[in-house]
Design a protein around this ligand. Structure first.
Ligand code: FDA
Length: 315
């Protein structure tokens, strides 16, 4: 139910404006989003790196069809890569997270080819600065094309990573395909509302599928990027690492900015590689509402802040 309320107000520009301007509400946004500008992202990233955490920077933006905006997005990623280098944040401590739909993947039959071309240029710039790149996984209609683009990119940029969503029925097979490629594979539960024909919906089933995918990835040459905050799954990944004789340099933990930060620091202090997914940019609203929808407690907090701001009242 809170999820539905949230989605029904998610399209209101006035809600976003209220969140920007009203102090309590802005605090809710700032918990999950590092800021609107590259400079704010670099500032937040520097703090994380000083605490021995890696960072994956996500310049927020999704589904784009306008060629000019797509080029601007690509150029913004390239400029951001340079900024990382100039700020002393080059190298594998930094990673870029790309949403291919923001690079035109879904725009017409040649969308995937054009998105690949844009992604290639971003990867070239990132490689120049020693920065890693990983492709986010969006809804299930993009899975085939995203895995194919990741495969193409790995030919020239072998460190390119790709996310796999445990909730999809197909993911155990996708993990089996990736298992011995040496690829960096970010395993997530899945954040999109998928139809029952393609995805598991029960939490326990998704968790079981996650473990199955973890077993496959840890048993091969892939570098698992264990992207979950779930304590049980984190424990299981440690057990699998032990069983397969993997040391902490062969896999990493990834978590979202603002979620279980103490656990991020604990894992890093225990010698694990930990990377924080740091979203930034003016297009933060879609990402923000997904984070709220994941947790009823977040949604309640958000609605209270909204009520205080008066944004939910009709003019
Ligand atoms: P779960 O939702 O069960 O949460 C476990 C515990 O973590 C909770 O009990 C709570 O303590 C804490 N927690 C989790 N989410 C929280 C929140 N929003 N607020 C407060 N506490 C929270 N998805 C996708 O479809 N495609 C992608 O490319 C990515 N990429 C990605 C990168 C990284 C680094 C991460 C960590 C996650 C993603 N995701 C994603 C999102 C992912 O699919 C999933 O929706 C979230 O990670 C939440 O799932 P958990 O595995 O953390 O488990």
């Amino acid at each position: 139910m809170p999820h539905r309320i949230l989605l029904s107000i998610a399209g209101h520009g006035r809600v976003a404006t209220a969140l920007r301007t009203q102090a309590t509400a802005r605090g809710v946004v700032e918990r999950f989003v590092a800021g609107e500008t590259p400079a704010q992202a670099v500032a937040a990233g520097s703090v994380l790196v000083a605490g021995r955490l890696g960072v994956t920077y996500n310049f927020l933006g999704e589904y784009q069809t306008d060629p000019e905006r797509i080029e601007r997005t690509r150029n913004a990623f390239i400029a951001f890569t340079r900024l990382l280098g100039d700020s002393g944040l080059g190298g594998p401590q930094s990673e870029l997270s790309l949403k291919l739909s923001a690079l035109g993947q879904l725009h017409g039959s040649d969308g995937p080819a054009r998105a690949l071309d844009h992604a290639r240029r971003i990867c070239a710039a990132a490689t120049g600065a020693g920065v890693l790149v990983t492709l986010d996984m969006e809804d299930h209609t993009t899975t085939d094309s995203t895995l194919e683009i990741a495969r193409e990119l790995r030919q020239d940029f072998p460190a390119t990573g790709v996310a796999v969503q445990a909730a999809l029925f197909r993911s155990p097979a996708d993990c089996a395909d990736l298992r011995n490629t040496g690829a960096r594979v970010r395993l997530v539960k899945g954040a999109y509302r998928e139809p029952r024909s393609v995805a598991l919906h029960r939490r326990t089933e998704v968790d079981r599928a996650y473990v199955r995918c973890l077993r496959t990835l840890f048993g091969g040459t892939a570098r698992p990027l264990v992207a979950t905050h779930d304590p049980r799954l984190i424990r299981i990944s440690a057990e699998l690492a032990r069983r397969h004789g993997r040391d902490a340099t062969t896999f990493e933990h990834q978590m979202l900015f603002g979620v279980r930060s103490a656990e991020q620091r604990r894992l890093a202090a225990a010698g694990h590689a930990v990377r924080v997914y740091l979203p930034f940019g003016p297009d933060w609203y879609g990402y923000f509402t997904r984070r709220l929808a994941e947790r009823p407690a977040n949604t309640v907090f958000f609605l209270r802040a909204l009520a205080k701001s008066g944004a939910s009242r009709r003019p």
